[in-house]
Structures are given as structure tokens and as C-alpha cells.
Design a protein around this ligand. Structure first.
Ligand SMILES: *[C@@H]1O[C@H](CO)[C@@H](O)[C@H](O)[C@H]1NC(C)=O
Ligand SMILES: *[C@@H]1O[C@H](CO)[C@@H](O)[C@H](O)[C@H]1NC(C)=O
Length: 379
């Protein structure tokens, strides 16, 4: 773990030095940030959904969640650390306080994580109007509202607020997966992929609004992560099998139309980010790739140190290539965990293992640092 941390520090120093806006001047580095503000869903949540009444007491608050790193359930949907944890650690910054766990300036000064497991990008009423049912009443606009509240708590004057913003790293974790998966699982609709695709411009639109909000408040450095390969999720593979031609990709065995949806999202997201960079040249806006590293491991698991069943959940039950069945959902009494989660990509059929998160974090940072070069993927 130690060499890895050092590598991340070096990578981030370089990212910061080469990645700034017009006046970056190579002076950014870990010491230039005091804190991280992060947003997203369960891939980034470090404790909010364990507190939110709608989700408190969920399976992720039970063992064996967190068994690899934190040793007792930490509110994270993994066996250990998330991508955001590796980024925070590599910058040697304090762990951001989950928004719902804090209320005072001293709790929020070290950074705040607004991400909530189950959060959607779009609000419930909009999803409802499309015939899509969501379950957790938190959307990206809630998280932006919370952020504005925190900013007021941290500093009263706009001038002080801008100073805080300038010394903060903004991490916009993946958001939208829940919207898409609720659409794909909506079996009353004949064209669920079309329904999910129709959400793309709306989801990219709310992400854009959140970014513009942060930039307006004075954010200078942002990492915006894209969509995961939705078609490689054990949950969706198990629940939505098909014998249609070309449904499964030959190399990865993931569901092709779902991965195409994720690629569409990522293309639209990157198009929007390019526009924002042009409009705000003093803000450094990095894209964090969650797609290619995961597809790479799933297609060639052994090459990257993973085991031979990359589409099977480590924790869960039911067997088969996906080992996913809600009756045996990880953290519920009938579930079991595999012997070595570091050889698995998926922890519980929906969320990644710490090993996969580490791989993604490392590649995200390296991609940021060599933005113009092909991504070298290694474990
Ligand atoms: C999110 O925002 C909506 C209004 O836009 C509100 O009804 C809901 O209560 C908020 N959720 C939380 C958890 O604060
Ligand atoms: C899940 O497991 C239950 C209990 O063994 C079984 O009855 C059910 O058919 C399984 N579901 C699927 C989709 O395999």
C-alpha cells in the first residue's frame, strides 16, 4: 500500500502542476488544497446513507462490508476504500465529513462529502414523469443546496468564501447510474434502453448546473468522473439476461447496449466539460474515467491480478457466473463473501471491491497526468 500512496502523491503533484488554468504556474500540489468537497452516489458515499432515514440500517451497514480496510461497517458500499478515499489519502488531506454527520464549521472545515448511496441525478418528480420509480429522495440538486449551506456555515463574507473555494478540490463522483438502472429495470416499458438514453441530456444538464454552481462560488480545481460500464454490473447481468444476438460483448461478456448507454453518457459529459473549460479557462476541470479501467479488468482479469470470474459478485450468493440474487444480497443473513475480495471486481453485485477502486483511482490520476497520452493500465 505504501508505494501506491507515494505514487499517487507524485501523480497528483504532477496533475496539479500541469493541469491548472491560465495561472497555474506549476505551483499547485497537495499543500495547495486544504480539503475535498465531493458529490455523487454510493460509489462516493462515505457515511451519509447510513444516517439518512430512507436508507439507514441497509445491508451495507452490516458485516462483511468494510472487512478489508475499516474492519467494521463504515457506511461505504465496498469491502474497503472507495476511489475518493484513495484520492483524499494521496493528497494527505483529512477525511471529509459526511454532510449528514456534521453541522458546525469545525466539522466542515476539513472537507465535506455530500454523496448519498441511492441518490439519483434527476429529481424524483421528473423520473416519475418518465414512468421511473426511484427510492432515495436525494438528487444532485439536494447536494448542491447542501454545499451552499456549508459554504455559508464556513464563512460569512463572499471574499472569505472564495478563498475557501480556491483551496478546495472538488470531486464530482459518478452520478446517474441509479437513474439509468431504474430505467433499465422498468419492465413495464418495452424499450428500456431508449428510455434510459432519453435521460442522458437531462443528467448531463444537472451535472453541468452543479459544476457551474461550484465555479460561480469560486471552485478552481475539479475532477468530474464519468459513468461506469453499466453492462458489466452483475446485478443487471443476472436480472436482465437475453438470448438476442450481439447482446453480450465477446471480449468482456458485458451487456453491449448497456455499455453503449454508458459510452453515450461519457461522450455527452465530455462534450459539456470541453465547453465549460472554454468558458472558464481559469478553472482546471479533469475528467475521471471509471469506464475503461473496469472494462479492461473485466476483459483480461488475470493480466491485472484479478481472478477468473470478473462478472461475479464476491459477496452475495446464488452461484453462477454472476453470483447475484437479491435473496442472498451481501450483508443479509443468507449471504456469504468470497475468500479473497482483492481478486474480485464486484463486491456485492452493484459496487466495486477496494481492489477495483484502487485500480480505478490509480488510472484516473495517471490519465489526468498524461492527458494527451494513451492510458497505460497496470495494477
Ligand atoms: C431534496 O430536495 C427536495 C426538493 O427539491 C426535497 O423535497 C427533499 O426533501 C430533499 N431531500 C433531502 C434528503 O433533504
Ligand atoms: C434466487 O434465489 C431464490 C432462493 O433460492 C430462488 O427461489 C430464485 O429463483 C432465485 N432467483 C433467481 C433470479 O435466480
Amino acid at each position: 500500500m505504501a508505494p501506491f500512496s507515494r505514487l499517487l502523491v507524485a501523480a497528483l503533484l504532477l496533475v496539479a502542476a500541469t493541469g491548472g488554468g491560465a495561472d497555474a504556474g506549476g505551483i499547485y500540489g497537495p499543500a495547495q488544497y486544504d480539503r475535498v468537497f465531493s458529490f455523487g452516489d454510493s460509489l462516493t458515499d462515505t457515511g451519509n446513507s447510513a444516517i439518512l432515514p430512507a436508507t439507514a440500517g441497509g445491508p451495507f451497514t452490516n458485516a462483511p462490508y468494510a472487512q478489508t480496510h475499516f474492519k467494521r461497517p463504515s457506511g461505504r458500499a465496498s469491502d474497503g476504500r472507495l476511489v475518493i478515499d484513495f484520492i483524499v489519502d494521496s493528497l494527505r488531506l483529512p477525511q471529509p465529513t459526511p454532510y449528514l454527520a456534521g453541522s458546525t464549521a469545525s466539522e466542515f472545515r476539513q472537507g465535506v462529502n455530500f454523496a448519498v448511496g441511492g441518490a439519483t441525478a434527476l429529481d424524483m418528480a421528473f423520473l416519475e414523469s418518465k414512468g421511473i420509480t426511484s427510492f432515495v429522495p436525494v438528487f444532485l440538486t439536494n447536494q448542491t443546496t447542501w454545499f451552499n449551506r456549508v459554504l455559508q456555515i464556513l464563512a460569512a463574507s463572499p471574499n472569505q468564501q472564495r478563498k475557501i473555494m480556491a483551496r478546495s478540490l472538488f470531486y464530482f463522483g459518478e452520478i446517474g447510474f441509479n437513474d439509468y438502472s431504474f430505467a433499465l429495470l422498468n419492465l413495464k416499458n418495452k424499450d428500456t434502453v431508449g428510455l434510459a438514453e432519453s435521460l442522458v441530456p437531462h443528467i448531463v444538464g444537472v451535472i453541468r448546473s452543479a459544476l457551474i454552481d461550484a465555479i460561480a462560488a469560486g471552485a478552481r480545481t475539479m475532477v468530474v468522473t464519468g459513468m461506469i460500464p453499466i453492462g458489466c454490473e452483475p446485478e443487471l447481468l443476472a436480472l436482465l439476461p437475453s438470448s438476442r444476438a450481439n447482446y453480450y460483448d465477446q471480449a468482456s461478456r458485458c451487456i453491449t447496449p448497456f455499455n453503449q448507454l454508458a459510452q453515450l453518457h461519457n461522450r455527452e459529459l465530455n462534450r459539456m466539460l470541453s465547453q465549460l473549460r472554454r468558458a472558464h479557462p481559469r478553472t482546471s476541470i479533469r475528467y475521471g474515467d471509471l469506464y475503461n479501467p473496469i472494462v479492461a479488468i473485466v476483459s483480461s482479469p488475470r493480466k491485472y491480478g484479478f481472478g477468473g470470474m470478473p462478472l461475479a459478485a464476491c459477496c452475495g450468493g446464488g452461484g453462477g457466473p454472476y453470483n447475484f440474487n437479491f435473496t442472498f444480497f451481501c450483508g443479509t443473513p443468507l449471504s456469504t463473501a468470497c475468500a479473497d475480495p482483492s481478486r474480485s471486481v464486484s463486491w456485492d453485485g452493484i459496487h466495486f471491491t477496494e481492489a477495483a477502486n484502487m485500480f480505478v483511482a490509480r488510472n484516473m490520476l495517471r490519465a489526468g497526468l498524461e492527458a494527451s497520452q494513451p492510458i497505460q493500465i497496470s495494477k
